[in-house]
Design a protein around this ligand. Structure first.
Ligand code: TXA
Ligand code: MG
Length: 301
């Protein structure tokens, strides 16, 4: 794949919007670091973010919106969260809040959690793109897994060149450090990641259990789960892959992007089924398969 770099302009945003609406991830500057943005309502588009970054696991992603009005349509803001949003948005603050039912956000964007990290970036390029696509944009930092966060288009090109179609070049990111993350999910506010904005919140271990079967950072089904299954016992809900059919399949054609896109929806489906156990067919441990297996192994542990 040829990676184009276009200086920020109306034409660059039109091209970026076209690619995003076609389900491709695009690198775009924000005031903190460059983000790798994809349509947060399109599960396969979000799966392509993980594929491009070569991330070995599915962390929940920050979802970017143009304004507070859009944010409150996606997440539920308690009064303290609303005050923080009014005080700091647009700006380098991410608020983790309960996800609204029917928000349309793909489950892979939140890692299957019932909460969502939302932020309103002030950068004119990201704002222009959000308004052009009229979609919330999931965007982690635009670097390959394990390398440092990119503050210039050149950093993105070096890290992700050949893996993404377009980088919008908006010059050096002003802040150079990722947004502060605060969770407002009931109880006291919790600081999940320190950053440019200082907020009065207690530093909280991110692995705190927030609900049965749910860690702050990882969704896992509440039922026992077995991996590398070639068939199902009578009390098992089998999630298939490729030739192994199951009651539902991650991907009948063995496509890893499709499998990643469907992973959390199928885990939720299996969890809600009448069967007391879950079995999952083997998924090849290559590319996105490594991230899928990472999540399945955690769920099986
Ligand atoms: O400055 C930034 O925030 C940059 C720019 C591009 O906006 N974005 C960024 O996104 O750093 P990302 O996706 O790499 O941040 C993901 C982190 C997760 O690792 C997790 O710590 C936290 O945000 N997070 C997101 N959603 C969460 C949730 N529902 N519950 C707990 N933590 C969450
Ligand atoms: Mg990062």
């Amino acid at each position: 794949m040829q990676t184009r770099v276009l200086p920020f302009s109306d034409e660059a945003i039109i091209e970026a919007a076209r690619l995003i609406l076609a389900g491709e991830p695009v690198a775009v500057p924000t005031e903190t670091v460059y983000g790798l943005a994809a349509d947060a309502t399109n599960a396969e588009a979000v799966a392509r973010i993980y594929e491009a970054k070569g991330r070995p696991s599915f962390n929940p992603l920050i979802v970017h919106v143009p304004d507070l009005g859009t944010a409150v349509g996606i997440g539920q803001f308690e009064p303290a969260a609303l005050r923080l949003a009014e005080q700091h948005w647009p700006g380098p603050l991410t608020l983790v809040v309960p996800l609204r039912e029917g928000s349309g956000i793909a489950s892979i964007a939140t890692g299957g959690l019932s909460t969502i990290g939302l932020r309103v970036p002030p950068h004119s390029a990201m704002q222009a793109l959000l308004r052009a696509v009229c979609r919330p944009l999931a965007a982690p930092s635009a670097n390959a897994s394990g390398s440092i966060s990119p503050t210039r288009a050149e950093h993105v090109l070096k890290s992700l060149g050949g893996r993404i179609p377009l980088i919008v070049d908006g010059g050096a990111a002003e802040r150079g450090i990722e947004s502060t993350i605060v969770a407002a999910t009931g109880g006291p506010l919790r600081l999940l990641r320190p950053g440019p904005v200082e907020v009065a919140a207690s530093a909280a271990p991110s692995e705190t259990i927030e609900a049965p079967g749910q860690l702050a950072n990882h969704y896992s089904p509440s039922k026992p789960l077995r991996i590398n299954a070639t068939g199902a016992a009578p009390d098992e809900y089998l999630i298939g892959f490729g030739a192994i059919e199951g009651e539902a399949s991650l991907s009948v054609r063995g496509d890893l992007i499709e499998a990643a896109a469907r992973l959390f929806d199928l885990l939720h489906l299996a969890d809600a089924s009448a069967k007391p156990r879950i079995a999952v067919a083997a998924v090849p441990d290559e590319g996105l398969g490594a991230a899928i297996n990472d999540r399945l192994r955690r769920a099986a542990a």
